[in-house]
Design a protein around this ligand. Structure first.
Ligand code: ADP
Length: 879
């Protein structure tokens, strides 16, 4: 990297501005944090952007081209929190540090024969901080992976390289160009890079196309892992390697030549996971709810993990459920093992809760950004891992997956021993002050510490001696950052010590005190500072050794972290299942979906908060009954039922228990979820267009092994169009795709499809009118919906009574018209206008009111009262 010196010769801009502009040129579209003493300063447009995002004052400094230069700044010591906010707001930041001291700059000026006033401290961009290249604990969310992805196209195939540099995980994948959006939706990268000008990823950060060369990719990966071939890691296509090249080049650029932690790449087969496109993920709210937050998502409803690493792995599981029955069964067996032994589970979860995030601590250490605290976390984590292994090893009938995990948790004996001896119990985050190497680890260091200790005691003794010798009880030996150690006496005693033969040398006269030095004090102080400096250097050297030891063992430590995370997911799933009375699903090869007492985990949890009960429902799809058409009133629970079944499939294939009393699930290859347009008004495109594009995708991709839920498809257009489309879509799914499907609709007319589609059956969510009020039972029943409850729902929702009444009379006429002439609108001609009808009604009410107020209730005989009631009822038109 080229260090930036200011060039004092060029005219116009000040040397500082020249240096700044040169660095800014390198920073490109990243905000430039320009280090000036204790601050990072931002200038020009960067200052405007940052001041806006951070809500800090925008000032100005000097002029450039005759204009004041906008400026804002953040203190270095709290830069991290400002960085966090900028990154969250989608900014990227280049950090320009001072890379020489002012003394070094002066010396350089002298060498180069320049006046020292003209020389600036050299600065350089030491790092780019971007959403995908974070390792700092404070900038990362503990329960979310932080992915960076690179994509490119090579001879018609798309290569994808993704990594989480906070833990080193790296995956390579190849897919067809049209599968890219779904793959990216699964990865959920916080930053994406692609070759400049590649149209398939318009939102990606453009990088030079030459960065994406497959040969470079292979060479870089081999170099990183010190191997002569990649065969040991898996087989990688050229497209994968080209993407890997782009990814590593970007990491190199962001870290200015220092690569972060990368584990050996894993090749992901594109058909290994249950396929879900972006629309399905969004509609099922897997990791985030519709509002973008985690609350209300499936992940939040399921996650009972004790560690951040467990929660991250669970999110990964839920994003990419499996399709391999054996692999699913292995995970399920682990969950079952921990589910069936509550005591073991409770003990295990308690140990896990205390576990530090060793994966991320390791990531920082390998990236060269580790602290003594990170070393301490690795130590504690490894020690705990061994405890976990020991007590799990003692249990019988361990499932196969657990037996595979256990060896990864042990080992590290020498390393834990080393870290245990070398570090103090809670090492600090900062290295500068030292104090993290334990006493007893290094005799020379202990001695240096003794020296300073002795000297400190000697200084304390000196204070007593000088008090006596000078007969000044108020004499004190003090220390400050500027003078170091000094002797201080009140001003009135100053003269005594000023005497030429006193042995004291004058240093400073204050308003009411005088400060001195002495040879002896100077000696002792030097011993302290010298020993202190050497002790710091010794600690620093030990730090490097310890880092080296951890770096050498990085793969084994990462394996331990991964094993603990998998164990935590199992324990969390078991805990969740126990808490909710969930069942272990039976995974079948047949194309069935048999769910008894199924529930929606998110809706159930929401209802429970308000003390309401969720009504469990069954679902039985099979070869001969593949498609359920579900009718019934709005708010009756159709969407909930559809989604709960999709979520149960997803949870089962992710290897967890499911919210049902029994579930038998035939493996699903692709899961589709679509919601009719009117629920999705927030989207930019014409909603109906979106609905149709998404429906088209299902019709072209769903297979006999797929599971499709379609919620009110066709609703986004006028009645007849919508009905016709819904009709055709149901037929196509039934006849052509032959996927298992739940189709919710309010079109009664679709019931007729049961006559022609033999694997289709009719169902409805039950509702009842009770004392004129609609009661939604949220209960599924066989058969078509008996009638529409639209008006009752409107009433329930608080639509004003006159409007509901009016709608009722419009409906009556419509239905009468249809019955008589077959034409829907035929009856409407005779309807009075709304205002006229409402007025007539109002008049009627007035008459009733008048009559009532004229009645003296006390004067009525029982018989008269009864007659009056009949009369009123007649007049109100309800008798
Ligand atoms: P629809 O799709 O028929 O309009 P929803 O599925 O959106 O109805 O459900 C509407 C509301 O009814 C939900 O928000 C929930 O509060 C409640 N609900 C749905 N299903 C159930 C159920 N099985 N048990 C209890 N309440 C339910």
């Amino acid at each position: 990297m080229a260090t930036r010196y200011a060039c004092p010769m060029a005219g116009g801009a000040t040397p500082m501005m020249q240096q700044y502009l040169s660095l800014k040129g390198e920073a490109g579209d990243c905000l430039l944090f320009y280090r000036m003493g204790d601050f990072f300063e931002l200038f020009f447009e960067d200052a405007r952007v940052a001041a806006g995002v951070l809500d800090i004052a925008l000032t100005s400094r000097g002029e450039h081209d005759g204009q004041p230069v906008p400026m804002c700044g953040v203190p270095v010591h709290s830069a991290e929190s400002y960085l966090a906010r900028l990154i969250k707001a989608g900014c990227r930041v280049a950090i320009a540090e001072q890379v020489e001291t002012p003394e070094e700059a002066k010396a350089r000026a002298k060498r180069e024969g320049l006046p020292s006033s003209k020389v600036l401290v050299a600065r350089d961009i030491v790092r780019f901080v971007t959403a995908g290249t974070l390792t700092e604990e404070a900038l990362l969310e503990p329960r979310r992976a932080n992915m960076l992805a690179a994509v490119c196209e090579l001879r018609g195939s798309v290569g994808i390289a993704a990594c989480d540099i906070s833990t080193g995980r790296m995956e390579l994948e190849e897919c067809a160009p049209d599968a890219l959006p779904a793959a990216l939706a699964r990865i959920g990268a916080s930053e994406l890079v692609a070759p400049e000008g590649w149209p398939a990823a318009p939102d990606a950060i453009p990088r030079p196309a030459s960065d994406f060369a497959s040969d470079d990719g292979a060479a870089r990966l081999k170099a990183i892992h010190g191997t002569s071939t990649l065969d040991g890691f898996g087989s990688f296509t050229r497209a994968m390697l080209a993407a890997a090249a782009g990814l590593v080049a970007y990491l190199d650029h962001a870290g200015r030549g220092t690569l972060p932690f990368l584990l050996p790449p894993v090749a992901r087969a594109s058909d290994a996971a249950l396929a879900m496109d972006e629309a399905t993920r969004t509609s099922l709210e897997i990791l985030t709810a519709q509002d973008g937050g985690r609350a209300g998502s499936l992940a939040a409803a399921v996650d009972r993990c004790s560690t951040g690493a467990g929660a991250r792995l669970l999110a990964e599981d839920l994003s990419a459920p499996l399709r391999d029955r054996a692999a699913i069964e292995q995970r399920l067996a682990l969950v079952a093992f921990l589910h069936d032994d509550p005591i073991l589970r409770a003990d295990l979860r308690e140990v896990l809760r205390a576990l530090p995030d060793i994966g991320r601590a390791l990531g920082r250490i390998v990236a060269g950004r580790g602290s003594p605290r990170d070393l301490g976390q690795v130590r504690d984590g490894l020690v705990e891992a061994r405890r976990v292994r020991d007590f799990l090893q003692a249990s019988d009938e361990r499932p196969a997956l657990l037996d595979r995990l256990l060896p990864d948790m042990g080992g590290h004996g020498a390393l834990t021993d080393l870290l245990g001896r070398a570090l103090v119990p809670s090492p600090p985050t900062e290295r500068q002050g030292g104090g993290y190497i334990a006493a007893g680890y290094d005799a020379a260091l202990d001695e240096l510490r003794d020296v300073s200790g002795n000297a400190r005691r000697a200084i304390a003794a000196l204070e007593g001696r000088y008090r006596e010798e000078t007969d000044t009880p108020s004499l004190k030996i003090k220390h400050n950052g500027v003078l170091g150690y000094f002797i201080e006496v009140p001003a009135k005693h100053g003269d005594k010590l000023m005497a030429a033969d006193s042995g004291f040398t004058h240093r400073q006269t204050m308003a009411n005190a005088v400060r001195f030095n002495s040879l002896k004090l100077h000696e002792e102080a030097s011993r302290i500072s010298e020993a202190g400096g050497r002790a710091l250097a010794a600690e620093e050297a030990h730090f490097e050794e310890l880092v080296e030891a951890v770096v050498t063992a990085r793969q084994a430590i990462a394996a331990t972290a991964a094993a603990l995370a998998r164990l935590d997911v199992g324990a969390g799933q078991a805990e969740r299942a126990a808490e909710g009375g969930w069942a272990r699903p039976e995974i079948a090869e047949a194309r069935c979906l048999e769910i008894e007492g199924g529930r929606h985990p998110v809706v159930e949890a929401a209802l429970a908060k308000s003390g309401e009960r969720f009504v469990a429902n069954d679902c039985t799809l099979g070869e001969t009954d593949r498609l359920w058409l579900i009718g019934g009133p709005n708010m009756g629970g159709k969407s909930t039922f559809l989604r709960q079944n999709a979520l149960i499939v997803l949870l089962a294939q992710a290897g967890g228990y499911v919210p049902a009393s029994r579930a038998k699930i035939g493996l699903v290859d692709r899961l589709f979820s679509r919601v009719g347009a009117s629920d999705n008004l927030a989207r930019g495109r014409s909603t109906f267009m979106v609905e149709m594009v998404e429906t088209a995708a299902i019709l072209s991709q769903a297979t006999e092994d797929s599971f499709v839920i379609l919620d009110e498809v066709g609703r986004g257009t006028s009645t007849y169009d919508g009905l016709a489309l819904a009709w055709a879509v149901v037929e196509a799914v039934h006849e052509t795709n032959r996927a298992r499907c739940l189709f919710a609709t309010h079109y009664h007319e679709l019931s007729r499809l049961a006559e022609t589609c033999d694997s289709l059956s009719l169902h409805h969510v039950r509702a009842r009118e009770w004392k004129g009020e609609l009661v939604l039972l949220h209960e599924l029943a066989e058969g078509p919906a008996d009638r529409s409850y639209g008006l009752a729902v409107a009433k329930l929702a608080g639509v004003p009574q006159p409007v509901v009444k009016r709608a009722k009379s419009v409906l009556d006429k419509l239905e009468k018209g249809r019955a008589e002439t077959g034409g829907l609108a035929a009856g409407l001609g005779e309807l009075p206008l709304f205002a006229a009808a409402a007025e007539a009604e109002e008049e009627e009410c007035d008459l009733l009111r008048e009559k009532l107020s004229a009645t003296d209730v006390d004067a009525l005989s029982p018989r008269e009262a009864l007659e009056l009631l009949y009369e009123l009822k007649r007049e109100a038109g309800t008798g």
